[in-house]
Design a protein around this ligand. Structure first.
Ligand SMILES: [Ca+2]
Ligand SMILES: [Ca+2]
Length: 286
């Protein structure tokens, strides 16, 4: 009897406990209520996760053009192009740009038949080609502007492969030493580009044109008829140093606006100025 009584009491307790749990669970939970009315606004690029009411980055679904790779963190297309040899990547434009390779035109002065008192010689060592040319006639300076470039005018034809600006240099030698002026005599000849689009001397920001070109300023020293007096001041050696403007050395530049044949004129000025060859070196466009 005692056992039965205990069992009944125990069953009652169990039911009471069960009822209590059921009542508790059917009641509303204030936390759950708050989550279900999440009205958060997310910044651009983020979307609302309604489950935990958080803003999450939008999934990146961008497609990138060829040469670009998707950075999934930033969702940006980044330039990862690889350029072929001879090209360099411009990271700003993501374009492969062809590397500048200068065209160089070199002409042996003895490649034409010389006239007047120009002679083709091989006496001075270390020339290239078949020899060099040297003016063995009288000096052709300070004879009046009308005579500039008139005597011993040699004409060379050159093929310019690409329009642009080229630096002019000749390889020359003082073929006779004046003891009192060893590097300022027998050191120059006349030069003109009659059909080029521009022909000038340049030193830093200073640009000069030959008299007769119609352009100014003109250099100090003799010049005229579109000719520059072109000189160097090296003794006992061939040198590529080539410039104009007395006591204010300006290098020589020529602009050709088309890829075609142009004319170079070299005329006699100082006797025994020897010229082995000349060169035009294309300048990289600025
Ligand atoms: Ca001179
Ligand atoms: Ca030569």
């Amino acid at each position: 009897m005692i056992f039965t009584k205990y069992l009944l009491k125990s069953k009652f307790t169990y039911l009471l406990l069960l009822s209590f749990i059921l009542i508790s669970c059917s009641g509303s939970d204030p936390n759950t209520e708050e989550q279900s009315v999440c009205t958060r606004t997310c910044s651009p690029g983020f979307i609302l996760n309604s489950e935990d009411c958080s803003c999450e980055p939008e999934p990146c679904t961008k497609t990138c053009d060829s040469g670009y790779t998707l950075n999934s963190n930033s969702c940006e297309c980044e330039c990862t192009k690889t350029c072929p040899s001879g090209f360099t990547l411009n990271t700003a434009s993501c374009e492969c740009e062809e590397d500048f390779v200068a065209n160089v035109i070199e002409v042996e002065t003895e490649s034409i038949t010389v006239i007047d008192d120009w002679k083709e010689r091989t006496t001075i060592a270390d020339f290239s080609g078949d020899g060099y040319i040297i003016w063995e006639g009288p000096n052709q300076f300070w004879r009046g502007e009308a005579n500039i470039g008139a005597a011993g005018r040699l004409t060379y034809k050159i093929n310019i492969p690409r329009a642009g600006t080229y630096q002019f240099n000749w390889r020359s030698y003082i073929g006779k030493v004046d003891p009192s002026n060893p590097t300022t005599e027998h050191n120059d000849s006349w030069l003109r580009f009659p059909d080029a689009d521009d022909f000038y001397g340049k030193r830093d920001g200073s640009i000069v044109y030959p008299k007769g070109s119609g352009k100014t300023p003109n250099p100090a020293g003799e010049n005229g008829n579109g000719f520059f007096k072109v000189y160097m001041n090296t003794g006992n050696a061939w040198t590529w140093t080539t410039g104009t403007f007395d006591n204010n050395f300006h290098s020589i530049f020529v602009r050709f606006d088309e890829a075609k044949e142009y004319t170079v004129e070299i005329a006699a000025r100082s006797d025994h100025h020897a010229i082995d060859k000349f060169r035009l070196t294309e300048q990289e466009p600025e």
